[in-house]
Design a protein around this ligand. Structure first.
Ligand SMILES: [Zn+2]
Length: 270
């Protein structure tokens, strides 16, 4: 969906005469969707009253969570005046239930020592996420990081070894161990971990404005933290490290704290 606000509309809402730009919005208005927006440079963007970062040229991102409300309010202000206000209608999705059995008991019900380790790993990951840039690497567009059978989708409720666990926030691509894993978009390596309890060998790429991609369960990592990568650059190899029953890539995308659906960013895999 592309929304353009023409000159007539500007007059109707009484925007400052100096503002001659347009607001454009492109992306998926559904739970798990990501929208790339463009506003005049210096504009202040809010979603439901919450400030959204923008690049110096006015590009901003909106992410809708798995359980996003149906109606969200987008407002753009310039020099203190509201120049755009619109209710966004977010499509509701139905999620399936995925049962996975045969996981090691420890990976479903961790011991107190494991929990300590999980907490420390989450803190390291949180610190990396807190250092994200205001770059706009995401302009490269997105591509599948690996090709193979899709063995898990975004949003599914998960029952692991018979126990309800948090939903699945990513897409799983099953492929032979050692298959190259590529950066889904250009970015900077924000985090590389040799072996997390659940995620195994993990890479997080910062695509700018708080948008990140995550690559889990790899058998090898071939990039270093801080490096800049192009879209399609090899960053690792598919594996089954961490909580996995077979070789696959878990690909996740987040806009700041909101996990969005990677599959909505790429064409169907053929
Ligand atoms: Zn997964």
């Amino acid at each position: 969906m592309l929304v353009r606000l023409g000159a007539l509309a500007i007059l109707l809402i009484g925007a400052p005469a100096a503002w001659a730009g347009e607001i454009s919005l492109k992306g998926e208005y559904s739970q798990g969707g990501l929208v790339i927006g463009s506003a005049p440079p210096g504009a202040a963007v809010t979603l439901d009253g919450k400030s959204q970062p923008a690049t110096s040229d006015g590009t901003f991102l909106l992410g809708f969570s798995r359980d996003s409300a149906r109606r969200r309010v987008l407002e753009v202000r310039l020099n203190g005046a509201s120049i755009f206000k619109r209710d966004l209608e977010i499509k509701k999705r139905a999620y399936d239930v995925q049962r996975i059995d045969g996981l090691p008991r420890r990976k479903v019900t961790p011991s107190p020592a494991d929990l300590k380790r999980i907490k420390a790993e989450a803190a390291a990951l949180g610190a990396a996420r807190a250092r994200l840039s205001n770059a706009s690497f995401f302009r490269s567009g997105f591509a599948w990081p690996a090709l193979g059978r899709i063995s898990g989708i975004y949003g599914s409720r998960r029952i692991l070894n018979g126990k309800p666990r948090r939903p699945h926030f990513g897409v799983d691509v099953a492929a032979p161990e050692g298959t190259p894993v590529r950066a889904a978009a250009a970015g900077r390596i924000a985090f590389a971990h040799a072996g997390m309890f659940f995620n195994g060998k993990t890479v997080i790429i910062d695509h700018g404005l708080g948008l990140t991609s995550a690559y889990l369960h790899m058998s090898a990592i071939t990039v270093e933290s801080g490096a800049t990568v192009d879209k399609g650059a090899i960053i690792g190899r598919i594996g089954k490290t961490g909580r996995a029953t077979g070789a696959h890539l878990h690909w996740g995308m987040r806009l700041r704290a909101t996990p969005v659906d990677p599959q909505l960013l790429v064409p169907p895999m053929l």
